[in-house]
Design a protein around this ligand. Sequence first.
Ligand code: VG1
Ligand code: CO
Length: 566
Amino acid sequence: MRLIRFDEELPSSLMTSSAQTGPTQRQVHLNTPFNDQKPGTSGLRKSSKQFEQTNYLESFIEAIFQTLPGVEGGTLILGGDGRYGNHRAIDVILRMGAAHGLSRVITTTNGILSTPAASHLIRANKAIGGIILSASHNQGGPDGDFGVKVNGANGGPAAESLTNAIYACSQALEKYSLVDADVIPLETPGHHAIGGMTVDVIDGVEDYVELMQKLFDFGRIKDLIKTDFPVVFDAMHAVTGPYAKRLLEGLLGAPTGTVRNGVPLEDFGGGHPDPNLTYAAELADLLLNGKAYSFGAACDGDGDRNMILGRGCFVNPSDSLAILAANANVAPAYADGLAGVARSMPTSAAVDVVAKQLNIDCFETPTGWKFFGNLLDAGRITLCGEESFGTGSNHVREKDGLWAVLFWLQILAERRCSVADVMTQHWSRFGRHYYSRHDYEAIASENAHGLYNRLESMLPRLIGQPFAGRQVSQADNFSYSDPVDGSETQSQGLRILLEDGSRVVVRLSGTGTKGATLRVYLECYEPSHGNLNQDPQHALADLINGIDALAEIQKRTGMQRPTVIT
Ligand code: VG1
Ligand code: CO
């Protein structure tokens, strides 16, 4: 355990408080710095227990405040997905922010703020950035995970250069600063101060809802819902409940009860707030086996992911991105066309085919939304997405779950057909990318790294060799050169590309907290005149067996089958 060596009280000359005496500023010294605060794919994620260690959260926050540009005199956006630890973290960050000379923090009632809504607030208020308290789709509660996401002034996840600098700072940290102050009440909107720092508690839903109204034609969506088109949304007891209620049940006139699990809970009701067929099984069952709804959707813990379902129909996220791109003109915000599109490397090439037809650029980036930021800022792309249930546009700098739901409803409102019809018509025009992701969760770390390193060392010899009844045309560890700032990112996943355009990608997750998670991404293309109605697991069977044999997945993970199949 790390003990506080001594506390030092400082004369607080910077502090000008509305209170009669300014708050006391303190510095807390660390015995030894923490050496495990390296942010992963999106922020720092650890178990709640790790975050509850003395000084652990404070250390990471200090590293952020010492590294993020513009803290002195700047405005910060602060909130989270409502998970266990949210309130305590907001209190700590406010008192540390005051000690570091922030001039203003905008936080939200009950600290509820979705990741895309935070991104919007950063941009709308010209803030220096934001801190979002979330471990996204990871489970919450005292026995679950907690997380801290750091966003920059553009509203997007901090670039690697910044997260590396934060990590370096945390490893060398000797002390942190905070002030002693009363806990700011978050139950209702209001204006407060801690010393010279203003704390504005605002409704975290309002600005976001206004933004959505600018992007989409709510009247038309309302007309669709009014006709015989019942919709259902599962907020998974996470952050999107209040947003979805205001949007769907409020503005769009869907009946009360449309939003299920709509009250954010500290432990997400014991569930796993990950909108996929495994963890949102109840919703999946309603749509895939029931007949009551025409459209269903769910979002993850912090509201940036989305799953779209139609009656008897699951929309693969890679297809979803392609379909949004192909139909973008139906939404007022994108009626003038798209500047370009981007997808993460493991995402299927379905959107590439659309981009080609639209004659626009299509970029392939590493996994993680931070890599889209430069392309969005430079106006090179309008839409982007990931296979992991993430889609978004230039309206914010994060993926945006409810935005995707509204976009789908807009398409359905224009086309007046079923989700399944949208899918089959898309495939018959562009061909179909059969796609699946197999996740092996919580594998012993050595086994996962052993498997990965072995496969990586085999790659050079695979080129030209047979694999899954095809020939390997390229095999490498993906690296990315940012077309905007020229920065290079190496080692982003092992790719086995086959001569017919099919491929297998293998990565280790950068968001898991228990052991290691192996992700295997599988893809093959069927042209528009081919067989478009297979079960993806069947269409991909050769690739599934091929990679298992090559990488010895079952043997080395000790698992007969993946934990999650998407
Ligand atoms: C996963 C997804 C990735 C996504 C990231 C953050 O990362 O694969 O596409 O950007 O989560 O999403 P990884 O490293 O575990 O594969 V979220 O909604 O958890 O912030
Ligand atoms: Co998320």
